[in-house]
Design a protein around this ligand. Structure first.
Ligand SMILES: NC(=O)c1ccc[n+]([C@@H]2O[C@H](COP(=O)([O-])OP(=O)(O)OC[C@H]3O[C@@H](n4cnc5c(N)ncnc54)[C@H](O)[C@@H]3O)[C@@H](O)[C@H]2O)c1
Ligand SMILES: [Zn+2]
Length: 362
């Protein structure tokens, strides 16, 4: 069973397929859409070993001329050095304007490969084959590509929409449970910000999701992507509405930075951030205690963390948040829930209320 969605962005529109066994059909799906036979697969060492052979074989079978470039596993590969290696490889294998770059891997590979495709010959086609739940439900829609600078994450990048996204839920079978749970937060987040029925689907099917049941996975991944596609369609270059996707992220990003990106998975930090933002909304009288409990119950069942580590200074966390680029005139722009399935954007919350809720830490 495969679901086909369409990310509607005018001339940048593209199909997004979610199913099982898709890796063996990459060649078939790409064939009618590719302008030339040359493709370069960008992947990391782990994903290459497990999944590149199937993809490569399927492409070769359809007559594609396939080359592969492998980068080391991990965030460190979102670097100028690995970016340069990919450009070298594109040049060495003589990819031209009609060629396709295939990003096969997690969010790191999607961001790095997408950025390499965005600038090579002023932009060539790229296909995303995300292999982590995080990348499948989040990075697969939106067209954001980037590498890091030593001074900050994602500082060098471009908007470049893929031509095609292929999501194979079979790849999740090798993903550690911790990463499944952390990736699931972006689905739960989407439920809270705009889709109560998606939230309910996760509540009702959590065990099946964690047991990697194909049918439920395909359902929640496509629903998350449909929601994100609707938001992105209204705000392709992130000027307004798209900000709602940052629910839980302002707190989460500060926590990730303060713990040097090595203590929490992104999704775990966002889980704590969502719990904190929801509590702030309760404190401000715009979110009910019952809805707060409903969100925290689901996060708890998914074994996601809810509170900041006790040794972390609330003041330091607070100050880190206010240093973030999302501050507008000294006020934080916060995404706060008003019910499950609805949020508001608030930039009038006093800093003292923010510090108060971080200190409360419940
Ligand atoms: N462009 C966007 O919109 C967007 C959105 C969210 C996150 N991101 C970026 O994505 C990155 C995080 O993504 P990620 O969590 O996927 O990280 P990742 O790409 O580093 O993958 C995490 C780890 O999982 C491994 N892995 C990948 N697929 C696997 C599989 N099927 N089975 C087992 N292991 C597998 C990788 O080798 C790596 O070690 C960050 O750099 C973040 O900035 C981008
Ligand atoms: Zn996120």
């Amino acid at each position: 069973m495969t679901k086909t969605l369409r990310v509607a962005l005018g001339e940048n529109s593209y199909p997004l397929l979610v199913g099982a066994g898709i890796l063996n059909k990459v060649g078939e799906f790409l064939k009618p859409r590719a302008k030339s036979a040359k493709v370069l697969i960008v992947t990391d060492a782990f994903v290459k070993q497990h999944y590149a052979p199937a993809v490569s074989e399927s492409l070769t079978h359809q007559g594609f001329d396939v080359n592969t470039v492998e980068v080391p596993v991990g965030e460190g590969s979102k670097s100028l050095a690995q970016f340069a290696r990919i450009q070298d490889s594109l040049v060495a294998h003589q990819l031209d304007r009609g060629s396709t770059l295939i990003a096969l891997g997690g969010g790191v590979i999607g961001d790095l490969g997408g950025f390499a495709a965005a600038v090579y010959m002023r932009g060539i086609a790229y296909v995303q084959i995300p292999t982590t739940l995080q990348a499948q439900v989040d990075a697969s829609v939106g067209g954001k590509t980037a590498i890091n600078h030593p001074k900050g994450k994602n500082l060098i990048g471009a908007f470049h929409q893929p031509k095609l996204v292929l999501i194979d839920v079979d790849t999740l079978k090798t993903l550690p449970q911790r990463d499944i749970r952390a990736g699931l937060i972006e689905v739960i987040k989407m439920g809270v910000i705009r889709d109560e029925s998606l939230f309910e689907t996760v509540e009702e099917n959590l065990d099946a999701i964690l047991n990697l049941d194909d049918t439920v996975l395909i359902e929640i991944i496509s629903q998350a992507c449909i929601n994100k596609a609707e938001i992105v369609a209204k705000d392709e270059k992130e000027s307004g509405l798209r900000m709602v996707l940052n629910y839980g992220h302002t707190f989460g990003h500060a926590l990730e930075a303060l713990t040097h990106y090595n203590r929490y998975r992104h999704g775990e930090a966002v889980s704590i951030g969502m719990n904190c933002a929801a509590r702030l909304a309760v404190n401000l009288g715009i979110f009910s205690e019952a809805d707060f409990q409903r969100q925290s119950a689901l996060l708890k069942r998914a074994n996601l963390p809810l509170v900041f580590p006790p040794e972390l200074s609330p003041k330091v966390l607070h100050d880190t948040m206010y240093l973030d680029k999302k501050t507008i005139g000294g006020k934080l722009r916060l995404i706060l829930p008003t019910q499950i399935g609805e949020v508001v954007i608030r930039d009038d919350v006093a800093a003292s209320r923010v510090l108060e809720v971080i200190s409360q830490n419940v």
